[in-house]
Design a binder for this molecule. Structure first.
Ligand SMILES: Nc1nc2c(c(=O)[nH]1)N[C@H]1C(S)=C(S)[C@@H](COP(=O)(O)O)O[C@H]1N2
Ligand SMILES: [Mo]
Length: 265
């Protein structure tokens, strides 16, 4: 665990929370002479400092916990497709026309080795499958099986620079209908989520090639997060130190329109 969670969002800065917890505990122990620790108020505070330590540990450990995985018979028959389901941008249509043979994933930003990967190259990397539940903020859920390469493999191949803190996904669909780069879908996640074992770049859904409504040719699955974090129609991945200067500055298409950046579940 590093500064991955140091995401500068009010109320969500686990590091800040830890720092404050440590300072509080330190103050109490420094003042902890016998007479003081007999005092019931002080005892209660000491107890709550224990609770605080536990809360800090939970807060620090929980990002690594796995999302529940389901059995094949629990897969939804009609997994809902949401948001963009049929991108009409000219570059996307051209790629779709020949089954995404010319599609390439660009991996850049704060990396030692920028990459350009074809679907075959991604399929040639170690694959992971998982059956998980997708929860959309709009209030629906569906269970599906996803197969792809762990994002950590791709990032390790590109070798992140030490100052990289977030991974940004740029998509082909112009959900904002602005007709420009700026109105296309994008998302960002912290490194702790990017390196989570269930965070995969999926090219298959339910054992079939990922269909267009669900993000062909490649979408990310970030299983501990709400649906809008899981960018579909990915075209590029960028490692950045901050997303303040990207588009609306809030770290994602929906975030720029008021959604929370951290959508952990
Ligand atoms: N590029 C892109 N990614 C996207 C969206 C989108 O509109 N465009 N919608 C998001 C939302 S709100 C949800 S719930 C999921 C929907 O994924 P699905 O269509 O596979 O159900 O994709 C997310 N990723
Ligand atoms: Mo969603």
């Amino acid at each position: 665990m590093s500064d991955k969670e140091d995401n500068e969002k009010p109320g969500l800065n686990r590091r800040g929370f830890l720092a404050r917890g440590g300072a509080l505990a330190g103050t109490l122990f420094l003042g902890g002479c016998d007479a003081l620790s007999q005092n019931s108020t002080v005892q209660n505070i000491l107890k709550s400092a224990d609770g605080l330590t536990e809360a800090v540990q939970r807060a620090l450990l929980s990002p690594d916990a796995l999302a529940r995985e389901y059995s094949p018979d629990e897969i939804s028959n009609d997994f809902k497709a949401n948001g963009s389901t049929d991108p009409q941008t000219p570059d996307y249509l051209k790629l779709a026309e020949n089954g995404f043979k010319d599609w390439r994933l660009k991996v850049g930003g704060l990396v030692e080795t920028p990459l350009t990967l074809s679907l075959d190259e991604l399929r040639g990397m170690p694959a992971r499958s998982q059956i998980t539940r997708h929860d959309c903020v709009e209030g629906w859920s569906s269970i599906g099986k996803w197969t792809g390469v762990q994002l950590s493999h791709v990032l390790d191949r590109a070798k992140l620079k030490p100052n990289a803190k977030y991974i940004v996904f740029y998509c082909y669909d112009d959900l904002g209908r602005g007709g420009t780069e700026a109105s296309r879908y994008y998302e960002s996640i912290a490194l702790v989520d990017a390196y989570h074992p269930q965070t995969i770049l999926a090219y298959e859904m339910n054992d079939e090639t990922l269909p267009i409504p669900h993000g062909a040719p490649l979408r990310v699955r970030v299983e501990r997060q709400l649906g809008y974090k899981m960018a579909k129609y990915i075209r590029a991945i960028e490692a950045v130190e901050s997303y303040d200067d990207i588009r609306g500055g809030e770290g994602g298409f929906w975030e720029d329109r008021g959604y929370a950046w951290y959508a952990g579940i």
